[in-house]
Design a protein around this ligand. Structure first.
Ligand code: GUN
Length: 293
C-alpha cells in the first residue's frame, strides 16, 4: 500500500503546536510574533500565497502587516519599507513575495532584509549557515519537506536523494539540507537540472525523489524505481474548463501512475504546498521567541 504523505494533516498539527507555544510566549514574555508581508504587482499566484499567509497569521493570533504595492513601484520604495521593518521591534519576520517585477533587483531586496528577520531564509547569510550546518532560518518549502520526511519517519541515512531542480528557493537548499550529518538527513544527494542529457538516468536511481521543476507531470512512472518516496513540490496551474476557476493545480509528478510504484508520495494539492506556510509561521515564531537570533 502506498502511503499518502498528508501535508494538510501535518500543517494542522504544526498550527496547533504553534498556537500553544505562542500563548506561552505571550504569557511569559509579552511577545506576539509579527510578520511583515510585501507584495509588488498583480501576479495571481503570488496574491493568493500572500492572502493565505495573512490568514494563517490571523488564525495563530500573530500580528501581520501586509503591504501591496503597484507593479511599477521602484526599488527605492521597496527598500524603504524593508528598512523601516528592519528597525521595528514588533516585526520579527519580513517576507517579500517572489518573483518581483523585472525592473526590481531581487538580490538587492533579499540582501536588504536583516538576517535576524529573514524568515524566508533567502539571505546569503541564512543560506551560508544552512550549508555549514549552523542554526539559522531554513527556507520554508525545504523546511516543510524535511518536516514531512521526519514526521513520516522516512529513512534518510545513506539513502539516495535525487533533487530535480536547482532553484534558490527549493532545489539548492533542500539538497544542502539532506546531506547534512544529522539524524534527519545524512543522505547521498544528486541535483539534476535542465542540462541533464538523460534525466531518467538520474531519477530512476532515487530512493527519495524531490521534484521541484515547475513543469506539470514531468515525472512519470517509467522515470522512477519501485518503492521510491516521492516529494512533489510542483504547484502548476493548468487549464480546466470543468473547474469553476477555469484551472486546476497539478504537481511535477504524474500522481496517478507514479503512485502505483511509490512506497510513499505527497499529493498536489494537499502535500508540500501547505507545509510552506506552516514553516513560515514556525520561523516567525522562532524569531520572536529568540530561538533563532
Ligand atoms: N515565491 C514562491 N515561493 C516563495 C517563498 O517561499 N517565499 C517567497 N518570498 N516568495 C516565494
Amino acid at each position: 500500500m502506498t502511503q499518502i504523505i498528508d501535508g494538510k494533516l501535518i500543517s494542522k498539527q504544526i498550527k496547533e503546536e504553534l498556537k500553544e507555544k505562542s500563548k506561552i510566549l505571550l504569557n511569559e514574555k509579552g511577545i506576539t510574533p509579527g510578520l511583515a508581508l510585501l507584495l509588488v504587482g498583480d501576479n495571481p499566484a503570488s496574491k493568493s500565497y500572500v492572502a493565505s499567509k495573512e490568514k494563517f497569521c490571523a488564525e495563530l493570533g500573530f500580528k501581520s502587516v501586509v503591504l501591496r504595492l503597484p507593479e511599477d513601484s521602484n526599488e527605492e520604495v521597496v527598500l524603504s519599507y524593508i528598512n523601516s521593518w528592519n528597525s521595528d521591534s514588533s516585526i520579527h519576520g519580513i517576507l517579500v513575495q517572489l518573483p518581483l517585477p523585472k525592473h526590481i533587483n531581487e538580490a538587492n531586496i533579499i540582501q536588504s532584509i536583516s538576517p535576524k528577520k529573514d524568515v524566508d531564509g533567502f539571505h546569503p547569510e541564512s543560506f551560508g549557515r544552512l550549508v555549514i550546518g549552523l542554526p539559522g532560518f531554513i527556507p520554508c518549502t525545504p523546511a516543510g519537506i524535511a518536516e514531512l520526511i521526519k514526521r513520516y519517519k522516512i529513512e534518510t541515512k545513506g539513502k539516495h536523494v535525487v533533487v530535480v531542480g536547482r532553484s534558490n528557493i527549493v532545489g539548492k537548499p533542500i539538497a544542502n539540507l539532506m546531506y547534512q550529518k544529522n539524524a534527519d538527513a545524512n543522505s547521498i544527494v544528486t541535483i539534476c537540472h535542465t542540462a541533464a542529457p538523460d534525466l531518467r538516468y538520474y531519477t530512476k536511481q532515487a530512493d527519495i525523489l524531490i521534484a521541484a521543476v515547475g513543469v506539470p507531470k514531468i515525472i512519470k512512472a517509467e522515470d522512477v524505481k519501485e518503492g521510491v518516496v516521492i516529494i512533489d513540490v510542483g504547484i502548476n496551474r493548468i487549464d480546466d474548463a470543468s473547474s469553476e476557476k477555469g484551472y486546476r493545480i497539478v504537481g511535477d509528478v504524474d500522481f496517478d501512475s507514479v503512485k502505483e510504484k511509490a512506497s510513499a508520495i505527497t499529493p498536489v494539492p494537499g502535500g508540500v504546498g501547505l507545509m510552506t506556510v506552516a514553516m513560515l509561521m514556525l520561523n516567525t515564531y522562532k524569531s520572536a521567541s529568540g530561538e533563532i537570533s
